[in-house]
Design a protein. Structure first.
Length: 158
């Protein structure tokens, strides 16, 4: 009786073994890291743009509330400390708009007394990329930067 030698991988069932090898696992990890490496910057950019758009919308809502206050009262609200809504303005703001968020703090500036003069919103963000993205949404007119993370948006220069 003659027997043909069997290969190691055919011994148990007569067919090749299935399963993962270390090389296959490493290859899968390399491919996964490449995909994550390509997707992560796009995800971060999308998050930054979303935060900037939300911040710019908040600032525009604050600007509209300030103008409405001025038209109703004949004067601008008194100056407020950073992160605090000026007295009398809260009722004019849409729900959810606040002067202090995780990624920025708004400081209402009334450097005019009560009538004409300089009215603005000084904003400090969590970083230069967010500051630049918000400015891109607002436009450059009437803004100037205050250091690497801040800017002032002029509402009235009288």
């Amino acid at each position: 009786m003659s027997s043909t030698p069997t290969r190691n991988w055919e011994r148990s069932t007569g067919r090749p073994r299935s399963g993962s090898t270390i090389l296959g696992l490493l290859l899968g990890l390399v491919l996964l890291s490449i995909v994550v490496g390509l997707a992560l910057p796009r995800f971060r950019h999308a998050r930054l743009e979303s935060a900037a758009a939300a911040s710019a919308a908040d600032l525009e809502a604050i600007r509209m509330a300030l103008i409405s206050y001025q038209q109703s009262h004949g004067a601008w609200p008194d100056d407020a400390t950073p992160g605090r809504i000026p007295a009398g303005l809260e009722a004019l703001l849409p729900e959810g708009v606040d002067f202090e968020r995780a990624d920025h703090v708004v400081d209402y500036e009334n450097w005019s007394g009560r009538s004409d003069g300089f009215i603005g919103l000084a904003v400090v963000t969590t970083g230069e990329p967010l500051r630049d993205a918000i400015l891109a949404h607002l436009g450059e007119a009437g803004t100037w930067t205050d250091g690497p993370t801040g800017f002032t948006w002029v509402i009235l220069w009288g």
